[in-house]
Design a binder for this molecule. Structure first.
Ligand SMILES: Cc1ncc(COP(=O)(O)O)c(C=O)c1O
Length: 397
């Protein structure tokens, strides 16, 4: 049987990570990997998570099955985090949220439900988008269309072309949007642009599918949810995939949520049931540990305040690395403008330098950056910033 299988093409990011690991240089820098790192280059367990784990170890009295929709308290606390406690949609009965395995599992369940509801719907994704969106959502069976998102020349959202394309999206199609901290570009929609897109969605009758994997890492927990909250208030239908991988640092615990807003509470019940039947077909039930931790943190005033303070430190560190890098390399021999790095949000930005510069950074300096030039700002710290900035200036001579 297996003799018919061909080897899978090597993943360029994994290849880069492997090359980084094998590089013997002490001063090597990994700007490719997509996880948060602190100033010591570590991806630590958050203190609030550690304390919740201690509490859970005491409280937990069974490992029996939890149910297809996951932990009910987690589901309701995640809705409050996403929408804010006073949001009009919360008491409407039109919302259903299920715990799912990470942002990725949530995206997939959302995609499968949409495919069941409207198999002819096309999925519109921005160019560029998180590379895994295409295989993850495309393999649910969607025909994928693209809308322009980022303008390489101006290093801004290509809003005119994006809106022009969205104005042509047929009613009933689905448009994927990044809730905040766009991956890979870091170029986010302004509140005014969210307003415009919401109006177009209403006019055209397409359904937005929002992927929010970085709530709290851009402008703040509430600020980052502007688009989600606006669309939830104004639109008849909405699908949202959210993740606790980054804002709770729970990557390997696979903790996420898929949330549906339907036109009526009856429809919301049916959508929830369909989502559960899909989950049952693919993985049966989500893992419990991460969601129980999130639920303990969000449900305890002190733990929640401490988690928010830790997350704020993460956010501020990323902003300060953005400023430090941009200011340090702005003055370069080729006059390349890096000021976009300071304007953009979240962990990523495109550095926007030529492929030959990337090769030199890797070969001469041990600095690893993926070919799109996407850099993880959290890979920068007080020990490597001078070396990094000098190296970038050197290859731009
Ligand atoms: C845009 C985006 N969506 C979703 C995810 C999924 O995250 P996870 O499945 O690890 O929760 C990521 C992770 O990098 C991401 O960048």
């Amino acid at each position: 049987m297996f003799e018919s299988l061909k080897p899978v093409a090597a993943d360029p990011i994994l290849g880069l990570m492997a090359a980084f690991r094998e590089d013997p240089r002490d001063n090597k820098i990994d700007l490719g990997v997509g996880v948060y790192m602190n100033d010591r280059g570590q991806t630590p367990v958050m203190d609030a998570v550690k304390r919740a784990e201690a509490k859970l170890a005491e409280l937990e009295n069974t490992k029996s099955y939890q149910g297809i929709a996951g932990d009910a308290e987690y589901n309701s606390r995640m809705l409050e985090l996403l929408f804010g406690s006073g949001h009009s949609v919360l008491g409407s009965g039109r919302v259903k949220s299920l715990q799912a395995p990470g942002g990725s599992g949530s995206l997939r369940v959302g995609a499968e439900v949409i495919r069941r509801a409207r198999p002819e719907a096309k999925l519109w994704v921005g160019t560029p988008t998180w590379p895994n969106h295409i295989p993850l959502l495309g393999s649910a069976g969607f025909e994928i269309e693209e809308y322009p998102y980022y303008d390489i020349a101006s290093r801004e959202v290509n809003i005119d072309l994006m809106l022009e394309t969205l104005r042509k999206v047929p009613a009933g199609d689905v448009v994927l949007l990044h809730g905040c901290c766009h991956n890979p570009t870091g170029a986010d929609l302004t509140n005014q642009q969210w307003d415009q897109i919401t109006d177009i969605a209403l006019e055209r009758g397409f359904v937005p599918f929002i992927d929010i994997a970085y709530q709290g890492l851009g402008d703040g927990l509430d600020e980052d949810a502007y688009g989600v909250r606006l669309m939830a208030e104004k639109l008849p239908e909405l699908v949202i995939a959210s993740s606790c991988s980054k804002n709770f640092g729970l990557y390997r615990e696979r903790t996420g949520s898929i949330t549906f807003i339907a036109q009526t509470s009856e429809q919301a019940e049916i959508v929830g049931g369909q989502a559960m039947s899909i989950a049952r077909q693919i993985y049966s039930m989500p893992p419990a540990h991460g969601a129980l931790l999130v639920s303990l943190i969000l449900g305890d005033e002190t733990l929640c305040a401490d988690w928010k303070a830790e997350l704020e430190e993460v956010r501020q560190r990323i902003i300060s690395m953005r400023t430090l890098l941009a200011d340090n390399i702005q003055n370069n021999a080729q006059g390349v403008d890096f000021s976009h790095i300071k304007r953009q949000k979240g962990m990523f930005s495109f550095l926007g330098i030529a492929p030959e510069h990337l090769v030199r950074l890797r070969e001469e300096f041990g600095i690893y950056i993926v070919s799109s030039t996407r850099i993880n700002l959290a890979g920068i710290n007080s020990s490597n910033i001078d070396y990094l900035a000098n190296a970038i200036r050197a290859v731009l001579k």
